[in-house]
Design a binder for this molecule. Structure first.
Ligand code: PLP
Length: 407
């Protein structure tokens, strides 16, 4: 027996363990201090009432012989939900047929699973800093990764390099490109013109874009794209992953969707044309039996007019937190991205500190916790992530502490 030794090369998942240890130690030494946590990526508002009703009703149906459901035929998601997602896409100008959509148990699974349909020799491009799942799921298969720098100069929106990327002393062009907008951790959002550039680049280099739109619901500005399919030509080059986790508080319920357009094709080594959707459906058909019926009914409820109204309330709650954080940083003249069209705020550590030193200082001096940018890549070493997913009063208090301290 031999293990997949690529796993041995993965970085240990130190970030959140290290943060938890530091908090524990501080709290033990300062039992009277109230720590405010602004580092968590989980939501805190409860599910919308229509969602809970739909889930309960579906559970009741399962208790009756006539309406009981077992395996779902295709495992791709019930038509009622795929159609609802397709209509949702239409509402912001993206034409995505239900047949191109597969329902899943959250975006993380497909982020990791999609790589199964691509050869291990592909070169991967990941913007740095990034959601760590993109890096790990490729390193697990031994794929080579190049990084595109997202930094202060480009507003944390890395753009494609026409010269290619340095890999093992050579210039290479990527085959698979990960983009995330609104971005975790930076909160930066690509404009339509910027995405059009990436689409053209992918076309020119016969690459595929894996577009993570998990935070699309936080975009307020109608001029910013919520889906890559709002752009012409995207269907020939892009797969999109989305999730109800942050849109509708489904982090514990688990439901998301992935779009692999029927237009997305490539040529196999024997010269035949291959549809990526067919490969993906084949992969899923063998390894995934679908999402539970009550969860799919709950997800369907999110897309009803009443559901949209109710989930908007939670989004507005988080957006208000983000606004308070952004306002504080503006007042303190601390450079930041995000916060307006995103639940994440990414700011430059004051006092010229690196992100871990700033973490320690902020914890010890004002008992506020965030996430050191170094945990997301090399371009995060002097940056820090705060999230808007916390309690409203706690967020305000944390920002008051930050103001009094930095001033
Ligand atoms: N993509 C990004 C960028 C994320 O930040 C997350 C979660 O934090 C996910 C995907 C996965 O979300 P889920 O699996 O809950 O749908």
């Amino acid at each position: 027996m031999k293990v997949n030794e690529n796993y041995l090369k993965l970085e240990k998942n130190y970030l959140f363990i290290r943060i938890a240890e530091k908090i524990k130690e501080f709290q033990a030494q300062n039992p009277d201090k109230k720590i405010i946590r602004m580092g968590i990526g989980d939501v805190t508002q409860p599910l919308a009432p229509v969602v809970v009703e739909a889930m309960k009703k579906a559970a009741d149906e399962l208790a009756v012989k006539e309406t009981f459901r077992g395996y779902e035929d295709s495992g791709a998601g019930y038509d009622f939900l795929r159609n609802a997602v397709s209509e949702y896409y239409k509402s912001f100008g993206a034409d995505v047929p239900a047949s191109d959509i597969r329902i899943n148990d959250g975006a993380k699974s497909d982020c990791g699973n999609l790589v199964d349909i691509f050869d291990d020799s592909n070169i991967i491009l990941i913007t740095d800093p990034a959601y760590p799942v993109y890096v790990d799921s490729n390193l697990m298969n031994g794929r080579k990764i190049v990084y595109a720098d997202s930094n202060e100069e480009n507003g944390f929106c890395a753009m494609p390099s026409s010269d290619g990327y340095e890999l093992d002393g050579k210039k290479v062009f990527p085959d698979i490109i990960y983009l995330c907008s609104p971005n975790n951790p930076t909160g930066a959002v690509y404009s339509k013109a910027q995405l059009a550039e990436w689409i053209a680049y992918a076309k020119a280099h016969d690459a595929v874009i894996l577009f993570d739109a998990a935070y699309e619901a936080f975009i307020k500005d109608d001029n910013l794209p919520r889906s890559i399919y709002q752009l012409e030509g995207a269907k020939e080059v892009a797969i999109e992953m989305c999730s109800l986790s942050k849109t509708a508080g489904f982090t514990g319920v688990r439901c998301g969707y992935t779009v692999v357009p029927s237009e997305l094709k490539t040529i196999a080594s024997d010269g035949t044309e291959v549809s990526l959707a067919q490969l993906w459906n084949r992969r899923e058909g063998s390894k995934f039996n679908g999402v539970s019926y009550p969860v799919q009914r709950a997800a369907e409820a999110v897309f009803t007019p009443e559901g949209q109204k109710q989930v908007r309330e939670s989004i507005l709650y988080y957006q208000e937190n983000a606004r308070v954080i952004a306002e504080t940083l503006t007042e303190l003249k601390i450079p930041f991205t995000g916060g307006i069209n995103s639940p994440y705020i990414w700011f430059k550590c004051p006092f010229g500190l690196d992100s871990w030193s700033f973490f320690d200082k902020m914890l010890h001096e004002i008992a506020v916790v965030g996430t050191p940018g170094a945990g997301f890549g090399k371009n995060g070493v002097n940056w820090f992530r705060l999230t808007a997913f916390g309690d409203k009063d706690a967020t305000r208090e944390a920002m008051q502490r930050l103001k009094d301290w930095v001033k």
